[in-house]
Write a protein that binds this ligand. Structure first.
Ligand SMILES: O=C(O)c1cc(C(=O)O)c2c(n1)C(=O)C(=O)c1cc(C(=O)O)[nH]c1-2
Ligand SMILES: [Ca+2]
Length: 669
């Protein structure tokens, strides 16, 4: 069938596993391939079938879609590539030409998590918020819609659209800055808007869009003027669908600003932040919600992969949702009605001791301190971020990368209103709006990254594999009893799904953050990974010695293709010799924090991810910093133009901080 896939074929493919027709493999988001050609017995024979250069030096987060022998994969800047899934030969590519000045409004790299394919069309969300429908055969644009309700706000789109019941559904990001979250549904054929659902209430002076918003407004304090910052609750990653119940499920994001007291001084749960929400995909009507982090205060998005499964709990088969959001607890929720079943922490946490029987967290008071720094564990990077989770019905285990990335938070008493931009407020110079200071005190917790195999019935870890660093790729499980995962230190690994034994690995040219997929063409099973280091952690940090541009690698048994040549990462020498006035270092520190740090990292301390660390560049860059800061040559790569935002004196102070920090960390002779 040339015009596939449709709902029936996507459902049928669950058993054949020939294609990978939707983001999470199936509507339930299991990322479990029923293919069995590759097993623990022969996985050591896996070899490269082909590789494809995505021509991208930024993060690659896409889950490729495979339909009838064609693979559709996206690179950074929302560029779509269509490939022959057997040979890797390019069929077409489509560049939505995202204006590069959009980059700094993306909190977390210029990434894209992939396309949706439905009835002969390919759908991609562009970083600047357009939804584009392409002809699957030719790559030619069929229609395009602007999905953004308010262009004065820093909305971005990084997530993959989904098609449920003939509607293309798309969310957005921006809750670190100040937006109001929502999703929109468009008719897949015509692009006509069908419905839109906001996740948080708007200005109470205006009528509420629906009953769900009126109900939610009661959980926000209008004294916080939350609508000025938009409130947050963006839907930037997970959406899954149960065709039998005719319900789609979304995970919603954090509050804006992060500090609860700042956006809702009297407290309140702030619905529907950090929640799972069930929605009718045909009408956009709210059906139920379960809030995982009431009154979010730590950027605890619930946008991590949702998985639907039917599992036996206390002898009864239950229709559940499984979820491991940023907040560090693994949730099992009844997907017919949103009732809480169980939650257990999958990493150490220090903001709550557990959940009560009604599904409310039992909080630790220090986590909401008004005047003391708090080493939130997990921190805003999450105990688990967007990196995909997989569930194998064969082992009954969920597989996902867990982590800790230390970050200390402290409520910012100088944050008084939306748009506040004072030296020291993190990234406020380019529009961040957290109401929190970060690392005002050095965090004490330790970083780690591990692959977890989690038993959702016992709510217990079954096995783990300890990686060298956080920020590892998503998981794929297969009926060959294998789990595949890419790593931050540039490997693709295969594990025994039951025991966690490492059975195979291959070097990748770059750290991997995306998730592998599996499919079959002409009787052969393939494993594909779109590799390319990046995402929010990858902007400033890395764990690999190679830094090869984004590449699609496809493996099969006895594959004989040659790996492309890897590019070695060249870390320059620690900066030395820039003249500066030591008296300016302190003010420079605060300016650096409010304009530079989340992209360039701490000079000399971080080693540079996709974006250079300024402690390791040639001294001429820093001496001429004004030429880069004010409408400089890197604007075309996404660097903001700070004209009118910083003064020439500010730049001198920032220079003093950069060289001063490099000098401070240089080992004494
Ligand atoms: O609140 C938001 O709107 C929003 C959006 C995004 C995004 O669109 O990528 C991320 C986050 N938050 C976020 O908190 C986060 O940790 C994150 C990591 C990444 C990434 O791609 O590596 N995106 C995002
Ligand atoms: Ca966020």
């Amino acid at each position: 069938d040339q015009a596939g896939p449709d709902e029936a074929s996507i459902l049928a493919n669950r058993d054949s596993g020939k294609d990978w027709p939707s983001h999470g493999f199936d509507y339930a988001g299991t990322r479990f391939s029923p293919l069995t050609q590759i097993t623990g017995k022969n996985v050591d024979k896996l070899g490269l079938a082909w590789s494809y250069d995505l021509k991208s030096t930024r993060g690659i987060e896409a889950t490729p879609i495979v339909v009838d022998g064609t693979m559709y994969v996206t690179a950074s800047w929302s560029v779509v590539h269509a490939l022959d899934a057997k040979t890797g030969k390019q069929l077409w590519s489509f560049d939505p030409k995202v204006p590069r000045e959009k980059a700094y409004q993306a909190c977390c790299d210029v990434v894209n998590r992939g396309v949706a394919v439905y009835k002969g069309k390919v759908f991609v969300g562009s970083l600047d918020g357009r939804l584009v429908a392409l002809d699957a055969k030719s790559g030619k644009k069929v229609w395009e819609k602007d999905t953004i309700v308010d262009r004065s706000r820093p909305y971005t789109v990084t997530g993959a659209p989904r098609v449920f019941r003939g509607n293309v559904i798309i969310g957005n990001g921006g809750a670190e800055f100040g937006v109001r979250g929502y999703i929109t549904a468009y008719d897949a054929e015509t692009g006509k808007q069908k419905w839109r659902w906001f996740t948080v209430p708007g200005d109470p002076a205006k009528p509420y869009e629906n009953d769900a918003m009126a109900k939610a407004a009661k959980t926000w304090d209008p004294k916080g003027k939350y609508w000025e910052s938009g409130g947050g609750g963006t839907v930037w990653n997970s959406m899954v669908f149960d065709p039998e119940l005719n319900l789609m499920y979304i995970g919603t994001g954090n509050g804006t600003p992060w500090a609860h007291r700042k956006r809702s001084p009297a407290g309140g749960d702030n619905l529907y932040l950090a929640s799972i929400v069930a929605i009718n995909p045909e009408t956009g009507d709210y059906v139920w919600h379960y809030q995982e982090t009431p009154g979010d205060n730590w950027d605890y998005t619930s946008t991590q992969d949702l998985i639907l499964a039917d599992i036996k709990i206390d002898g009864k088969l239950r229709k559940v949702i499984m979820h491991a959001p940023k907040n560090g607890f693994f949730f099992v929720v009844d997907r017919t009605n949103g009732k809480f079943i169980s939650a257990q922490n999958f990493v150490d946490v220090n903001w709550a001791t557990g959940y009560d029987k009604d599904g409310r967290p039992i909080e630790i008071a220090e986590a909401r301190s008004e005047d003391k720094p708090f080493d939130a564990i997990p921190g805003p990077f999450g105990g688990h971020n967007w990196h995909s989770m997989s569930y194998s019905p064969k082992t009954g285990l969920a597989y996902f990368p867990a982590q800790n990335i230390p970050l200390n938070l402290m409520e910012d008493k100088n944050w008084t209103e939306h748009g506040s931009n004072k030296p020291g407020q993190p990234m406020s110079g380019i529009g961040w709006n957290t109401g929190m200071l970060v690392n005002a005190q050095p965090p004490a917790s330790k970083p780690f990254g591990r692959l977890l195999a989690w038993d959702p019935v016992k709510q217990k870890e079954r096995w783990r594999y300890e990686h060298v660093a956080p920020w590892n790729g998503g998981a794929l499980s297969t009926a060959g009893n294998l789990v595949f995962q890419g790593t931050a230190d540039a490997r693709l690994m295969a594990f025994d799904a039951g025991s966690g034994d490492v059975l195979w690995q291959s070097p990748m040219g770059t750290g991997v953050i995306a998730a592998p997929i599996s499919y079959e063409v002409d009787g052969e099973q393939y494993i594909t990974i779109a590799a390319g280091w990046g995402g929010v952690f990858g902007l400033t940090q890395r764990a690999s010695e190679t830094t090869t541009p984004g590449t699609v690698y496809t493996f099969k048994l006895n594959g004989k293709a040659e790996m492309p040549e890897f590019t070695q990462h060249q870390l320059g020498n620690l900066l030395t010799g820039v003249k500066y006035d030591p008296a300016l270092v302190e003010e420079g520190t605060y300016l650096y924090v409010s304009n530079c740090v989340f992209c360039h990292g701490v000079p000399g301390v971080d080693k540079g991810g996709n974006i250079p660390n300024l402690g390791y560049v040639d001294k001429s860059f820093i001496e001429n910093l004004d030429k880069f800061v004010f409408n400089g040559p890197f604007v075309s790569r996404g660097m903001p133009d700070f004209t009118g935002k910083l003064s020439a004196e500010d730049v001198e102070k920032i220079k003093a901080f950069i060289q001063g920090t490099a000098d401070a960390i240089r080992p004494k002779k």
